[in-house]
Write a protein that binds this ligand. Structure first.
Ligand SMILES: Nc1nc2c(c(=O)[nH]1)N[C@H]1C(S)=C(S)[C@@H](COP(=O)(O)O)O[C@H]1N2
Ligand SMILES: [Mo]
Length: 572
């Protein structure tokens, strides 16, 4: 049984993820919706080449397949066949592609919609993996509203890493860690490819490759195998084109779109975020890239099977060109190791989630934090940019206290600001408003993948800090919520004093020029624009200045960091 136990002691949820009731009963129905116009395009893209190939075949017969130039032996000293570095990087690549695809699916399932716009309005999605059709209007009624977390889907752990429902925190750790190793391995591969002359095998040097590849394609589509060159020394034209495309187009595209999805990169290098239009478009293209990889892998493996399995396996596994079963046996063993690695990854995820969280902190955030200034101000948007819909998240408070306050339009609300401060205060909403107002229109990024632009009005936290005067040893500010977390216990999160003092860090009581709605965090919510959404506590009950976050909650800096192993430093 998966116990979802963390090394931190208390299990993340105390619940078996398989039977977790945290996110209402997991909906396991597979579901897929795509815009009808896209179906038409997809069918045309798939069918037209097949039809043309058959026409050509029936009218003119099979085209001649010219042999691709064998560039390798002409260069003195260039190794023949597949040298050991090539075979090793090919295998390492296989392992990390699988981990990337599997963890990517867990991330996708947490917000199973894809868009071309940053507003993420339900209905503007072009692909949906959830049967839920959300009316953007009713989604936002006070009770029983549909939150972004409700929208996450169950995905089988056989398929995804770690699978189950709403495991985006852990899925991201795997995805980013795997990406680091995958990219490092890829760079090594390309460097050696260029350095040893092996690139000649992969890189087409004449445009005739296109017509030659088509000739091969006509063979395949009409169920013929052309006479194959010995793949150990040279590829046929289609093969060369496909491998070149995967190595030099698809893989870089995945890296570039992956980076373009990062709110931090978007914030620091605006031009870069625009390369693909916007972050959601990058996410959509990244998904198409995944499909590209899966399609390639299927075709690649099929061809390996069809064109002399034993010999092909000897080429790529042991680097010999014979018919012995050695490569095949070792290859099957190698695939077994990857399958075992996948199982181990799922197991580690539930046994040692804290280890994963800590490793990601050191490797992923350690690396990104080195290059990006976390205090850089976020971009401001204009009134016209405001999203027509803004996904709500979190559980609206149900406590008698908050309900009573809400019933009276929060006239009796008092914000308690206390902790290691010289002058603790209790402030009514009117007193807070009298401290001065700051307005900002910003882009919100949820860890689940959606985004949205809204106007926020409220008081700078710097004003509050001025008022209460924290002691010099204070490093963190805790924001306690009236609302519950997803798992039992009150929601809270912490900010560093530095982030809290950022000019764009405010306690908002206004959203889109109207009093902050109940769903969006009334009476007060946090806006810390250089952080991901989950750091912005809604329905704030009190603020506490502390020396360290360790004694608060489980000590990881916030409810989601405690329970869902979210990033510890989600600077963006
Ligand atoms: N109290 C509380 N605050 C919370 C949450 C929550 O679950 N409880 N969810 C967070 C997350 S994950 C996000 S993305 C934002 C969403 O804010 P919104 O509802 O205005 O979109 O609120 C954050 N604040
Ligand atoms: Mo979020």
């Amino acid at each position: 049984m998966n116990s979802f136990k963390g090394a931190g002691g208390r299990p993340g949820s105390g619940e078996d993820p398989k039977s977790s009731s945290v996110l209402n009963p997991p909906d396991r129905r597979p579901y897929f919706w795509m815009r009808p116009s896209l179906w038409v395009i997809l069918i045309l893209v798939a069918l037209v080449p097949v039809a043309v190939a058959w026409l050509q075949y029936l009218m003119f017969g099979l085209p001649n397949v010219p042999t691709t130039p064998n560039n390798l032996p002409e260069v003195a000293g260039t190794p023949h066949g597949f040298p050991v570095w090539l075979r090793v990087t090919h295998y390492v690549n296989f392992l990390f592609i699988i981990l990337l695809a599997r963890s990517g699916l867990s991330i996708l399932a947490d917000h199973p919609r894809l868009y071309w716009n940053v507003h993420c309005r339900p209905g503007s999605d072009w692909i949906r993996l959830t049967p839920k059709v959300i009316d953007p209007k009713t989604a936002c009624t006070v009770n029983g509203y549909w939150s972004a977390r409700d929208d996450s889907r169950y995905i089988s752990p056989w398929l995804a890493l770690p699978g189950f429902r709403h495991t985006v925190g852990l899925g991201r750790h795997w995805h980013f860690l795997s990406a680091l190793f995958w990219v490092a391995n890829g760079l090594l591969f390309v460097a050696l490819l260029l350095g040893t002359g092996q690139w000649r095998r992969l890189v087409p040097t004449s445009w005739s490759i296109l017509s030659d590849a088509w000739a091969v394609q006509v063979h395949y589509m009409t169920f013929h195998l052309p006479v194959e060159p010995n793949g150990f020394y040279r590829y046929n034209a289609l093969q060369q084109l496909a491998y070149f495309g995967v190595v030099f187009i698809l893989a870089p595209l995945q890296i570039l779109t992956g980076l373009a999805m990062s709110p931090a990169i978007d914030n620091h290098f605006k031009w870069y975020g625009r390369l693909f239009g916007n972050r959601q478009a990058a996410r959509s293209i990244h998904f198409l890239g995944l499909l590209g990889f899966l399609g390639f892998i299927m075709a690649h493996v099929t061809m390996v099977l069809l064109t002399g399995l034993a010999r092909n396996m000897n080429h790529i596994v042991v680097g010999t060109d014979d018919l012995s079963p050695r490569g095949l046996i070792l290859g099957v063993f190698g695939v077994g190791v990857v399958v075992a690695a996948c199982a181990l990854a799922n197991w580690v995820t539930w046994r040692q989630p804290r280890l994963l969280q800590a490793t990601a902190r050191v490797l992923v955030q350690g690396l990104t934090g080195r290059f990006l200034d976390p205090l850089k101000p976020r971009d401001q948007y204009t009134r016209e940019d405001i999203s027509p819909y803004f996904w709500p998240n979190g559980k609206i408070p149900t406590s008698a206290e908050w309900t009573r306050l809400a019933a009276n339009a929060f006239r009796d609300y008092r914000l308690l600001v206390h902790g290691a401060v010289v002058n603790p205060v209790e402030l009514s909403l009117d007193e807070i408003k009298a401290l001065g107002k700051r307005e900002q229109i910003t882009l919100h990024h949820c860890i689940q993948g959606w985004s949205g632009i809204a106007e926020w009005g409220g008081v700078s936290i710097a004003r509050i800090v001025e008022l209460v005067r924290p002691y010099p040893e204070v490093t963190r500010v805790v924001f306690h919520s009236f609302g519950e977390g997803l798992h039992s216990g009150a929601y809270y999160d912490t900010q560093t004093l530095q982030d809290a003092l950022h000019p764009q860090s405010i306690l908002a009581y206004e959203m889109n020029y109207e009093p902050l709605g109940q769903v969006y965090g009334a009476p007060l919510r946090l806006r810390v624009e250089n952080q991901l959404g989950y750091k912005m506590v809604k329905w704030i009950r009190s603020i506490e200045f502390v020396v360290s976050a360790k004694p608060v909650g489980l000590g990881f800096g916030g409810k989601n960091e405690d329970d869902e192993y979210y990033d510890l430093v989600p600077n963006i």
